[in-house]
Design a protein around this ligand. Structure first.
Ligand code: FAD
Length: 597
């Protein structure tokens, strides 16, 4: 790393404790830092990038559903002989009066090191034994002991006994760059007409539409697959209507399989092939957008980091579409957003039939929750499932042999973005604890877990505000706007945790439906930010109230929003204007492209 850059970065962490500063400034050339996600062979460990914002990086997860996963391995090079202190950044994800569920060990040159990792609460550097290494290459392995979600972010070997690597994630990021000898700048810059962040159905719809009109498009997706909640990693089938854009949406939608079905894999392949065939679209798969740069009020670029290496790229664009579900682009750009439920009076969204479960007297932080779906199958032989004492507090005596969409968790005190790892982990306790209970019944001796999601299926988080906030009244009045660009007829469908009405566990939800008498319509003014001139939103982070989201959140409607924004981006280029300029001066042309005129 260039010394000047390092110093500049370091200036920003002037409050760092002396020990950390010492650790940085005294980096020894023999130090070895290995990011777990860059292991040459990951064995059965999976890359988990869902919580970069909160804990600083993607990490490796031993997602074995109770069976230890195959070892991950890589090679390291020691520059000199010596005794190296071993540090591992890891987490006991469920601390308590039981053995930590996600335990693992490290093997160096085939020799198991004595320390068991994954036993200290919170993301932290856990100290291991001292390892004698000769100059040259050595093998390093992660040995999972439990199959229950052990996690490893990084391994650090240093001869310096005075160093403790930093835990604060800002300091950690600087320290890591320094250790890897990286510059503070990005590795590559790319330039596009349109940058789309998030490859769910909304983002894919936007990319296909913009491609059709010849825009140079970047689609950045933080998973190795496209489809968001519809992908094989989450397995929700697409519903809603195709509106006027069936031709495009049929390239990316799903058949109506049972939620959690492996049939999702076939639809992933179809979707991926459709995007690969879009010649103007560049796919940045497995890249997570972490930052946004602005030029005045407008966005000039986003920065994305690879989930499997240190590489960071800058992607410049003229227009941006936030289809990340979490509204990451809008949030980072400083756009106004909402999170949680409006008071029933703010937009007159109360419904006496369901009272507070529908809409509260006073605004609050309640949102629809995150789902971790799973599947079990009956094997030929009886099988055992390990004891899960750490799951009992959550699962209690609940025992269900299969899962559905209603395996859903939210809590007013837990934020769907800031607390996303805790929420996902709560669902792991629900799933495994429940299955332990199922296996106590001799009639289920042959039942085994076939699949458990590790990517949380989110329903609701930030909603970025546009020139129009879409509310329940827009739905129930069936208003067809002069700038309608998408349509739907599905019920408003809001969820609450059954525990609010005394149910035994807190991870099962119930849906409340409001039936509608016809189609309802979404105006283009709800699909661009009121604050950021070159930012549009498509999908569940569009400009709406909590109840306003309840109908159009289904994926085909999200896909329609994507298509509308993709076409709008092309018109922005053609007329050298902004999305608001399209709403004011070119809405007829946009509606003609979609098929509304
Ligand atoms: C369990 C469950 C059941 C549901 N049932 C149905 C149903 O039956 N049918 C239906 O149509 N809808 C259903 N829904 C609702 C629907 O799935 C969502 O509203 C919909 O997926 C929203 O689409 P989207 O494209 O906006 O977001 P998402 O599907 O969430 O896609 C957003 C994508 O952006 C990516 N991303 C996020 N952050 C970044 C970043 N920083 N950098 C790069 N990429 C990023 C995510 O990985 C994701 O792939 C259900 C939802 C859940 C959770």
């Amino acid at each position: 790393m260039q010394r000047r850059n390092f110093l500049k970065l370091f200036g920003a962490t002037s409050l760092a404790p002396a020990s950390v500063l010492a650790a940085n400034s005294s980096r020894h050339p023999d130090d070895i830092l290995v990011d777990a996600v860059s292991f040459e062979n990951k064995g059965g460990w999976l890359v988990d990038p869902q919580f970069i914002e909160q804990m600083g990086s993607p990490y490796l997860l031993a997602h074995g559903m109770g069976q230890p996963v195959d070892n991950a391995n890589t090679t390291i090079t020691a520059k000199s002989d010596g005794n190296y202190n071993l540090w591992v950044r890891t987490k006991n994800w469920c601390p308590g009066s039981w053995e930590a569920p996600g335990r693992f060990q490290i093997k160096i040159n085939g020799k198991l090191q004595s320390t068991v990792f994954g036993t200290e609460a919170g993301w932290t550097w856990q100290k291991g034994a001292v390892v004698a290494l000769k100059k040259g290459t050595h093998t390093l392995e992660l040995v999972d002991l439990t199959g229950f979600e052990g996690r490893c972010d990084a391994i650090y070997l240093t001869k310096d006994t005075s160093i403790q690597p930093p835990n604060d994630i800002k300091q950690l990021a600087v320290w890591r760059q320094h250790q890897h000898g990286l510059s503070s700048d990005v590795d590559n810059t790319h330039d596009f007409d349109l940058v789309i962040v998030g490859g769910g159905i909304a983002g894919c719809g936007a990319a296909l539409a913009a491609d059709e009109l010849g825009l140079k498009v970047a689609l950045i997706q933080n998973r190795p697959v496209l489809g968001g909640n519809a992908s094989k990693e989450i397995r929700v089938h697409t519903i809603g209507i195709h509106g006027k854009v069936a031709r495009l949406l049929k390239k990316i939608d799903t058949k109506r399989w049972h939620n959690n079905s492996p049939d999702a894999i076939k639809d992933d392949a179809k979707r991926h092939a459709s995007l690969e065939a879009a010649k103007n679209v560049t796919l940045f798969m497995d890249y997570s957008v972490t930052d946004v740069a602005k030029d005045g009020k407008s966005i000039s670029s986003v920065t994305a980091r690879s989930n499997t290496s240190h590489q960071r790229i800058r992607v410049k664009g003229r227009q941006f579409i936030d289809s990340s579900g979490d509204g990451i682009v809008g949030f980072k750009a400083g756009a106004s957003f909402r999170y949680g439920r409006e008071s029933k009076d703010e937009f007159n969204e109360g419904w006496d039939k369901f009272g507070d479960l529908w809409s509260p007297e006073k605004e609050d932080n309640r949102v629809m929750g995150t789902t971790v779906m799973w599947r079990s199958t009956k094997g030929k032989k009886a099988s055992k499932f390990p004891a899960t004492p750490w799951a009992k507090d959550v699962a209690k005596t609940y025992a269900e042999k299969k899962s559905e969409w209603y395996w859903e968790y939210s809590d007013n005190d837990k934020h769907q973005i800031h607390d996303a790892e805790a929420i996902r982990d709560h669902m792991f306790r629900a799933v495994y604890g429940n299955f332990s209970n199922v296996k106590k019944n001799p009639a289920n001796a042959q039942l085994a877990l076939e699949w458990v999601a590790f990517i949380g299926g989110k329903r609701e988080s930030r909603r970025i505000m546009g020139d129009h906030i879409y509310t329940m009244k827009d739905v129930t009045s069936l208003t067809n706007f002069p700038d309608t660009v998408a349509m739907e007829k599905r019920d408003i469908d809001m969820h609450y945790q059954k525990s609010l009405k005394g149910f035994i566990v807190d991870f099962i939800s119930k849906a409340l439906f409001m039936k509608l008498k016809g189609h309802y319509y979404i105006p283009f003014r709800s699909l661009y930010s009121k604050d950021i001139p070159n930012l549009m939103m498509a999908g569940r982070c569009f400009s709406c109230s909590h109840i306003g989201l309840g109908g159009p959140r289904v994926m085909l409607t999200c896909g329609q929003m994507g298509v509308a924004t993709g076409y709008a981006a092309a018109l922005c280029k053609k007329h050298n204007t902004s999305p608001r300029g399209i709403a004011k001066n070119h809405i007829k042309e946009l509606r003609q492209l979609i098929g509304f005129e």
